[in-house]
Design a protein around this ligand. Structure first.
Ligand SMILES: [Zn+2]
Ligand SMILES: [Zn+2]
Length: 119
């Protein structure tokens, strides 16, 4: 992959629509607004605030990519903090180290929850 490629088509990571401008988080303006609104949902208030913050950061970096379009139990690919790994994430489970221990809900699952709410 070359960084010089200027003909790349940018598509919204959420709805797949072609974006006129490249977007830092990978979402089109409408989907970004939906996801933002979802992160303020009372449903997410049941999680630890610092994890919700981390989940919002992940979403704003475009670190959560939906794999399937199905509306229920949607599966996402989540990028690790340094971007070197990807995990499979859904609201109910995640393959990251914290998720596999399953003691706490990880930020990926919270991000997936927010994304589900934004659908
Ligand atoms: Zn979109
Ligand atoms: Zn995780």
């Amino acid at each position: 992959m070359s960084a010089k490629t200027s003909t790349t088509t940018h598509r919204c990571a959420k709805c797949g629509r072609v974006l006129r401008n490249p977007s830092p988080d990978g979402y089109g303006p409408k989907c970004r607004a939906k996801v933002r609104r979802a992160t303020r949902s009372p449903e997410l208030a049941t999680y630890k605030p610092h994890l919700v913050e981390a989940a919002i950061e992940l979403l704003e970096q475009g670190g959560l990519i939906p794999l399937r379009k199905s509306s229920k139990n949607r599966v996402y690919l989540a990028a690790s903090s340094d971007g070197s790994k990807t995990y499979k994430t859904a609201r109910a489970a995640c393959t990251c180290p914290a998720g596999l221990k399953a003691i706490h809900v990880c930020k990926h699952r919270i991000a997936a929850h927010a994304f589900d709410l934004a659908s």
